[in-house]
Design a protein around this ligand. Structure first.
Ligand code: KIV
Length: 283
């Protein structure tokens, strides 16, 4: 196993111009696979709400649910840095509440850092958490917890005033002491400008190729989408089509059970013969 990744390793990666690979995971099995495959950061995203829990948004996800899944992932990761998303309303009430929540994630789940959404408006909260020694990852642009304010999942920063606000937000996150920042759903040119304005690594999702790293939701990358889902969004590269693999495996199992093809002889336990009978058979 190669060396465990810490926050300073990620900062050095940015300084050396090496790209950072980040993926989400929500349970032990997938986290172990993602870790073994060599990602730098595993994010226990509050996308849990949509990809695992079947909600329409990330808004209903609770701290206790995130803590539970963060424990599973932290238990599996041997190399990658594990970051847990702070869910909606676990930090928005203010720095004191946010610090309590961040502390629970570090103490109870074993992750190494937390992530929260927002820019200038959460900078004092980020500072408060960082000041006690908890690494924070920021997240600006399309921030899913602001679903209702944005009017859905819409690309942000297309107008110049919004772009200027996002530049200010990203700078405020860096100045507050965040070690890295996710840039989600913004034009590639704006993500490039933000990346060039910051010294911390930027990790993009739907933010073009100039970021210091890239993140995807694991289920999108693997092509595991709920039934009836449309095409994945434009920014997703689907590296596998596990949905059809899973459907075909389960359909074959159902058919094998109904025809009696499964279990076959090789799947059955046999009764061993008593020793006296074995001796008689041998003589
Ligand atoms: O919740 C999540 O999975 C995220 C990523 C999309 C960055 O925040």
């Amino acid at each position: 196993m190669s060396k465990r990744i810490f926050v300073p390793d990620l900062i050095r990666k940015r300084q050396r111009g090496e790209r950072i690979a980040m993926l989400t995971a929500y349970d032990f099995t997938f986290a172990a696979l993602v870790d073994r495959a060599g990602v730098d950061i595993i994010l226990v995203g509050d996308s849990l709400g949509t990809v695992v829990q079947g909600h329409e948004t990330t808004i209903p996800v609770t701290v206790d649910e995130m803590l539970y899944h963060s424990k599973l992932v932290a238990r599996a990761a041997q190399r990658a840095l594990v970051v847990a998303d702070m869910p909606f309303m676990s930090y928005q009430p203010g720095p004191d509440t946010a610090l309590q929540t961040a502390g629970r994630f570090i103490k109870e789940s074993g992750v190494s850092a937390v992530k929260l959404e927002g820019g200038v408006s959460v900078s004092s909260t980020i500072k408060r958490i960082v000041d006690v020694g908890i690494p924070v990852m920021g997240h600006v642009g399309l921030t899913p917890q602001s679903y209702h304010k944005m009017g859905g999942y819409k690309v942000q920063g297309k107008q110049s005033a919004d772009a200027k606000q996002l530049l200010d937000d990203a700078k405020a996150v860096e100045d507050a002491g965040a070690f890295s920042i996710v840039l989600e759903g913004i034009p590639a040119s704006l993500a490039a400008q933000i990346t060039d304005n910051l010294s911390i690594p930027t990790v993009g999702i739907g933010a073009g190729s100039h970021c210091s790293g890239q993140v995807l939701v694991l289920h999108d990358l693997l092509g595991i989408t709920p039934l009836g889902d449309e095409q994945p969004p434009k920014f997703v590269k689907q590296y596998a089509n596990l949905k059809s693999e899973i459907l075909s495996a389960v359909e074959t199992f159902v058919a094998d059970v109904s025809t009696g093809k499964f279990p076959a002889a090789e799947h059955e336990y046999k009764v061993s013969k008593p020793r006296s009978a074995q001796r008689r058979a041998a003589s």
